[in-house]
Design a protein around this ligand. Structure first.
Ligand SMILES: *Cc1c(COP(=O)(O)O)cnc(C)c1O
Length: 397
């Protein structure tokens, strides 16, 4: 086993049940429910003192045990498909605490949201606004909506997961916003609750959030002059986690994150602030557990071939994402070796890590791929007719 460090926050992330792992069929996701619970408690603690509601973005991880636990802690849900609306209802999230985002909502998904009475449609375009208004009218309902604004803030993250700059598909540019807001207010079957923002993902520096607050403040001042006041502002999510050293920051820095909004966002009386966090809630509670099938050498390069592949965890192949990899069964104090850790899928991108330093690794060793609670299991596929990954949960008291 690995050294047990004291993390200073009562969590020992390495309390892996090795005897159970040894017997279990791999690969599977192992979820540490204590980490999840403590993360949720921290959110509650640091979000207090603000008139806000925190939503969980279900797309990060839709596993039922995880979503029910989050619902039990009183969070709302941010959803991007009709199936996610259904899953969130089954997990116990109240419909009134649901927001539905996405640039391509289809008619059945919009109707489902209206029928279930979800709290807000985050509208991303004028055609969508018209369709929601029309469908709501046909159903004799009023659709609560927010307009998603693209604030053109570069969150300095990965090009595939930046969503708040001018050249991507999300939201409506600030320059085009005013006529749309005025139009939405006049529509008979929509109720404009406010504005929605989401500037990107895996944001670990606070300046983009300060810029977001300033943008929102300016917009609110502008609309106030027009006599328009919003009952709700949704600031999105995107807070990042420490992939390099998960043990050092097993719980993300929610104090700084919520502190930025407390300090910089000028809220109006009775105005509700929505947060919608995904990765920062579930990222660190999950670990992908996999076994070494073969160790192979090719032209001076050593490969560790594991039984998990890009079908279980696609982030490295899709985004070049880094995940810390540990050999849980090798001698930790001995010599190390550099390996490429790869999966069995017939794609050359099926690589978890290049030049990964591990203790001398052998067939049968158990490998942990850390910080995989977010966008891991939820992005799994059946490619190569592989089974979807299994999951295991820490025993909660
Ligand atoms: C994905 C998404 C989120 C959550 O993003 P994280 O980076 O996981 O916090 C929040 N809001 C919207 C609209 C999203 O699409």
């Amino acid at each position: 086993m690995i050294d047990e460090k004291n993390m200073g926050n009562d969590i020992n992330p390495h309390s892996f049940p090795m005897e159970i792992f040894q017997q279990a069929r791999t690969p599977f996701y192992y979820y540490n429910m204590e980490v999840l619970q403590q993360t949720l408690e921290e959110i509650k603690r640091h979000a207090s003192g603000m008139n806000c509601s925190v939503h969980y973005a279900l797309k990060a991880n839709g596993n039922r045990k995880i979503t029910s636990e989050i619902a039990k802690h009183g969070l709302g849900a941010d959803l991007v498909s009709g199936r996610e609306i259904e899953a969130a209802l089954e997990a116990g999230f109240p419909a009134s605490e649901m927001a539905f985002s996405g640039v391509g909502k289809t008619d059945w998904e919009i109707k489902l949201g209206l029928k279930k009475g979800i709290g807000c449609f985050n509208v991303e375009s004028v055609p969508e606004l018209e369709v929601i208004n029309q469908l709501a009218g046909e159903m004799g309902k009023t659709a609560p909506i927010a307009i998603r604004v693209n604030p053109d803030i570069d969150a300095h993250t990965h090009k595939y997961i930046t969503t708040g700059t001018a050249e991507n598909k999300f939201g409506i540019g600030i320059e085009a916003l005013e006529p749309i807001v005025c139009h939405a207010i006049r529509l008979p079957h929509t109720h404009l609750k406010g504005l929605h923002f989401h500037i990107g993902s895996q944001i670990t520096q606070m300046p983009p959030y300060v810029m977001l607050c300033q943008t929102i403040n300016d917009l609110q001042d502008h609309y106030e002059q027009l006599g328009i006041r919003f009952e709700m502002i949704n600031v999105g999510g995107g807070l990042g986690i420490d992939y390099n050293d998960p043990d050092a920051h097993i719980i993300p820095d929610f104090k700084s994150y919520f502190g930025i909004f407390k300090q910089h966002l000028n809220t109006k009386p009775n105005q509700l602030i929505h947060f919608e966090l995904g990765r920062s809630i579930v990222g660190q509670c999950g670990t992908l557990i996999t076994r070494v099938v073969f160790v192979k050498e090719n032209r001076n390069k050593k490969f560790v071939i594991v039984d998990a592949g890009m079908t279980d965890l696609i982030r490295p192949a899709l985004y070049g994402a880094y995940h810390k990899i540990e050999n849980l069964t090798a001698q930790q104090t001995g010599p190390t070796e550099e390996y490429d850790v790869v999966g069995p899928v017939c794609e050359s991108s099926d690589v978890f890590a290049h030049h990964c330093k591990l203790p001398i690794t052998r067939r049968g060793d158990i490998i942990a791929i850390r910080s995989t609670g977010a966008y891991g299991e939820s992005m799994a596929s059946n490619y190569n007719m592989r089974d979807l990954p299994a999951c295991m949960f820490s025993l909660t008291p």
